[in-house]
Design a protein around this ligand. Structure first.
Ligand code: UD1
Ligand code: CA
Length: 530
């Protein structure tokens, strides 16, 4: 039914918004990841009008540029120096040629929670009555500042009086004008031409059109809303925050009803564009922004912020920060990971604690478990990047790419100086600075050899606590001596080197345990046993 599609929606956004105390135009402030104007345009567009007009004046260039981005088909109309909502609508209609007939809906660019459903109900009611105006009204406890709806003996609307123009008796009225209307377009244009500025504010009031309609014997009706949030405008940053929180509450309620677990809605924030599948769990302190999408069975949080990320089935992201990253099925991230744009973590893979990644494809099942920077790289499948490895991608001028093959074991504290390639199945010895390609299956060792200067402490630090400890160790009975000093293995099977602890005797980054032997067994170079 074309009659339910309005001929035009006119969105008013020319006001100054001084109470925001902001260099940014009011309607460009954001809640739920979208500007106030973005919310208004989305609601307006959902009515599928023939024309969508936005009236601008204050900060015209910034607002017009934003409109062009959001909705290139929207018409930008300039309001002139004559003030008032009536003048704004008049300027909006003047931008349309030929003049519109049919239903014209008026909304505000600073009223972000107005829903499509409410607008549709307004248009349907208006179409049903065939009258000149249908206005959306609400009963409020404190109507201060709003236009009051004045009704006659039989309850019919006789006009709207602005707070500043109202008598004390009129100010007692608690039914307010939301400022959102459906008009008969032809009548609206005619009537606006007759509206003057003879009021306390010296403005051309849109509300005067209702009085003119009554005087012409035309029907003026209303649709009431119980939901005051929907008609609340943003005038300052206190209202911005309040409406932002309410929008978030509504979004989360919708997601919970759709099967998402939100453990603590008070500390969980999602933008309007975010998409969540059923059986997603959001732990406390999660913020999901922009086009982030989370698939079934994934768990996010606690304390995680993701922007434009994709998290696939069953993956988990713990206490981390990501943007532009894709975390594929069953992969794990965190705690304390920083995923920058272009990160693509393969299924079942891991980006672990204190790891930063950027522009990297990590293959299926590959792991970067601890304390690493991985930038501008391709890592194959089933590879392990040892603790504290750095992909040295920047020579001070240019960025370079590193390629790590499948089933590679990069030893802890390896510097991979790009451009460089580590072939399939290769190893690097811990502490190596790799500047040349490593062929498949090779062990690359690139570091100084260890030299023990016997008795150095006794000679150069005589009398120190270290010297005493060394002396005691040398004079201890053989059974109590550590085997390590015999060059064989490590006491207790647990060794800590460079602050990274490894378990189960699988020694960490050393690769070499203090002898002059070349890097030994394969396992000795892995970052961890896990
Ligand atoms: C207006 C209504 C009032 C209603 C209230 C609801 C009139 C005369 N009054 O009040 O009955 O209760 O909204 O919030 O219509 N704007 C322009 N150009 C202008 C003036 C305003 O584009 O010259 C835009 C503003 O940017 C804003 C909207 O219109 O988005 C409303 O303006 P505002 O000044 O807040 O409305 P009020 O006059 O307070
Ligand atoms: Ca207002």
């Amino acid at each position: 039914m074309s009659s339910h599609h309005p001929a035009a929606v006119v969105v008013l956004a020319a006001g100054e918004g001084t109470r925001m105390r902001s260099g940014t135009p009011k309607v460009l402030h954001r809640i739920g990841g979208r500007s106030l104007l973005g919310h208004a345009l989305a609601a307006a567009r959902s009515l599928d009008p023939d024309h969508l007009v936005v009236v601008v004046r204050h900060e015209r260039e910034a607002v017009a540029a934003h409109i062009a981005q959001l909705d290139p088909k929207a018409v930008v109309a300039d309001q002139d120096e004559i003030k008032g909502t009536g003048r704004a609508v008049e300027c909006g209609l003047a931008a349309l040629t030929p003049a519109v007939t049919g239903t014209v809906v008026v909304t505000y660019g600073d009223v972000p929670l107005l829903t499509t459903q409410t607008l549709r109900a307004l248009v349907a009611a208006h179409t049903g009555t065939g009258g000149a105006v249908t206005v959306l009204t609400a009963e409020v406890a404190d109507p201060t500042g709003y236009g009051r709806v004045l009704r006659g003996e039989d309850g019919e609307i006789v006009g709207i009086v602005e707070h500043k123009d109202a008598t004390p008796a009129e100010r007692d009225v608690r039914e307010i004008n939301s400022g959102i209307y459906a008009f008969d377009g032809a009548f609206l244009a005619q009537a606006l031409a007759r509206v003057d500025t003879a009021n306390v504010q010296g403005e051309k009031y849109l509300t005067d059109v209702l009085r003119l309609a009554r005087e012409a014997g035309l029907a003026v009706t209303s649709v009431g809303t119980e939901d005051l949030w929907e008609v609340e405008g943003v005038n300052d940053r206190v209202q911005l925050a309040a409406l932002g929180r309410e929008l978030n509450r509504r979004l989360l309620e919708g997601w919970m009803r759709a099967g998402v677990t939100v453990v603590d809605p008070a500390t969980t924030w999602v933008d309007v564009e975010v998409e969540l599948a059923p059986e997603v769990t959001l732990l406390p302190g999660v913020q999901l922004h922009a086009a982030t999408r989370v698939e079934t069975g994934a768990t996010i949080g606690p304390d995680t912020t993701l922007t434009d990320c994709r998290v696939d089935h069953g993956a988990s992201v713990v206490r981390s920060h990501g943007s532009g990253a894709w975390i594929r099925a069953g992969a794990t991230v965190g705690p304390f990971s920083y995923l920058r744009p272009g990160t693509d973590l393969g299924a079942g893979g891991k980006i672990g604690a204190f790891v930063e990644t950027k522009n990297v494809t990590i293959g299926i099942g590959s792991k970067v478990p601890h304390l690493s920077y991985v930038g501008d790289a391709t890592i194959g499948e089933g590879s392990n990047i040892g603790a504290a490895t750095v992909f040295v991608n920047y020579d001070g001028v240019h960025k370079h790419h590193t390629t790590v093959g499948d089933q590679v074991r990069v030893g802890s504290d390896t510097m991979l100086v790009a451009p460089v390639t580590v072939g399939d199945g290769a190893y690097t010895a811990a502490g190596s600075v790799i500047t040349e390609d490593v062929p498949p299956g090779a062990m690359a060792v690139a570091r100084g050899r260890q030299r023990n200067v016997e008795g150095w402490v006794q000679r150069r630090r005589a009398g120190s606590a270290a010297a005493a400890a060394a002396l005691a160790a040398q004079s201890a009975p053989a059974g109590r001596r550590t085997v390590a000093e015999d060059g064989a293995e490590v006491q207790g099977g647990v060794e800590v080197q460079g602050g990274v602890e490894v378990q189960g005797g699988a020694e960490v980054q050393g690769g070499v345990t203090g002898t002059d032997q070349p890097p030994p067994a394969a396992g000795a170079t892995e970052g961890t046993a896990r």
